[in-house]
Ligand binder design. Structure first.
Ligand SMILES: [Zn+2]
Ligand SMILES: [Zn+2]
Length: 452
């Protein structure tokens, strides 16, 4: 029950702070959030383009392989058609030869017929003229032979000659007939090959058209990818310039503050929703860094017990201790808000700096880690008197060194976006010891029972 109530309060507080965030953001000419949203949308679009490109290129190589296969088939068919033509030519030659043989045979038969007629005329000159008339009146050779066979007195020589001629004629005619049949079947085969070839030619042409279309898609997609990259680069440049400008401004403000010898104070920093409404006209941007320390607002003290809030003026928790981070919970607080870049980071409690890093120059929002400081970017770890530690990550500036003794509320650095950070925020972590292990972490809000 108590946990639920706490969550509800936290969520209401977050809503108010979100509203404050929106109000304060609208006073900036440049909107880092919408820039990042645009970049994310472009990135999504770029991924879609890459998928399209990959698919199109796969399709093209598939179609090209198909084109190659079709070309192979066309070549095979062309060879087969050529063979058919050669066969047809050879058959035509054979048929012509047979025709010559037939013609020769016919003229031979013609001369034999003339001889036979003469002999038959002599044989029957004074005899059975009716038989002779029958034979001589024959319409053609085969009729002649049929009728001649009827004549009983025909010699065996003539009979043999007639039979021989008859058989030879029939053989040659048979050969010619089978040659013609063979030619017909080869022509049929050739016709089917030509049909196949024209079918495949058609497929090949269609395939070529598809390849040309796909290549058009490929080049259009490449153009889109190029434009998308340019847009992304422009947005990234804008964002980087914005962060750099914020950083510069924060540094100038810090210098000014140092020259004024102003001691960082934690009591005057918190701006809640009601303070926004009661602010004077020349100070509408309450969450702007370094304006906070000039407020004479002491009505609310964020600190409780030994701990003071590490980022005065900023109480919007963009991520809490229990937030699911895959294999474990977040184990820390991410403190964010409009204009937080360059804001003061102060020691939550007095202690000794036992670890720090300030070498990360990648001070801008990113979607993956640059690797600096093990992902923490520039950070400070302070060990307190009871052995507990507090860690401050993603800093844009670090003002303390290893071994320094710092008091509670002392300025130790500035909010930034170094290391694995998608945008300016303070990663605030508390541990039971100096051991770098997730199991040592406890909820920093436990140190601020009265804050939220
Ligand atoms: Zn880095
Ligand atoms: Zn964090």
């Amino acid at each position: 029950m108590a946990g639920k109530k706490f969550k509800k309060i936290l969520s209401i507080t977050a809503s108010i702070l979100t509203m404050t965030l929106i109000l304060s953001q609208s006073t900036f000419a440049f909107d880092a959030e919408s820039n990042k949203n645009e970049q994310a949308a472009l990135q999504k679009q770029a991924e879609q383009y890459e998928r399209t490109l990959k698919k199109t290129r796969n399709d093209i190589s598939e179609k090209q392989a198909y084109a190659k296969a079709l070309q192979g088939k066309i070549e095979t068919l062309s060879k087969q058609i050529k063979l058919s033509n050669e066969k047809i030519d050879a058959l035509n030659k054979s048929i012509k030869e047979k025709q010559n043989e037939i013609d020769k045979k016919l003229s031979k038969i013609e001369s034999k017929m003339t001889q036979l007629r003469a002999r038959l005329r002599a044989i029957y000159i004074a005899g059975d003229t009716s038989s002779l008339e029958i034979i001589l009146g024959a319409k053609d050779f085969s009729d002649f032979i049929d009728k001649a066979e009827l004549v009983e007195s025909i010699s065996s020589y003539d009979s043999n000659l007639i039979n021989e001629l008859k058989s030879e004629m029939s053989t040659i005619s048979g050969q010619q007939k089978s040659l013609r049949a063979e030619k017909k079947s080869v022509e049929k085969e050739k016709k089917s090959l030509e049909n196949q070839k024209s079918e495949i030619n058609k497929l090949s042409e269609e395939n070529s058209t598809i390849i040309a279309e796909l290549q058009g898609v490929e080049s259009a997609t490449l153009d889109s990818i190029g434009e998308n990259k340019e847009s992304q680069a422009a947005l990234e440049k804008e964002l980087k310039e914005y962060f750099e400008q914020q950083k510069k401004q924060a540094e100038e403000n810090a210098k000014k503050q140092n020259s004024n010898n102003a001691k960082p104070s934690t009591n005057s920093n918190k701006n809640n929703a009601s303070n926004n409404n009661s602010s004077s006209n020349n100070n509408t941007n309450n969450t702007k860094p370094d304006d906070n320390s000039n407020n004479n607002n002491t009505t609310t003290t964020p600190s409780s017990g030994e701990y003071v809030w590490p980022c005065p003026g900023f109480y919007y928790l963009i991520s809490t201790f229990d937030e699911n981070r895959g294999s474990s919970n977040h184990g820390a607080l991410d403190i964010a808000g409009g204009g937080i870049y360059g804001a003061q980071v102060i020691a939550a409690r007095e202690g000794t700096v036992v670890s720090s890093f300030s070498g990360c120059t990648h001070d801008y929002g990113k979607s993956s880690s640059c690797g600096c400081g093990g992902g923490y970017g520039n950070y400070v770890v302070i060990e307190h008197s009871d052995g507990k530690t507090s860690l401050y990550g993603h800093l844009s500036a670090v003002y303390v060194n290893y071994g320094d003794y710092v008091s509670a509320g002392q300025l130790i650095g500035r909010v930034g976006s170094t290391g694995y950070s998608t945008g300016p925020h303070l990663h605030f972590e508390t541990k039971y010891s100096t051991i770098w292990d997730h199991s040592q972490r406890y909820n920093p809000l436990d140190e601020y029972p009265g804050l939220f």
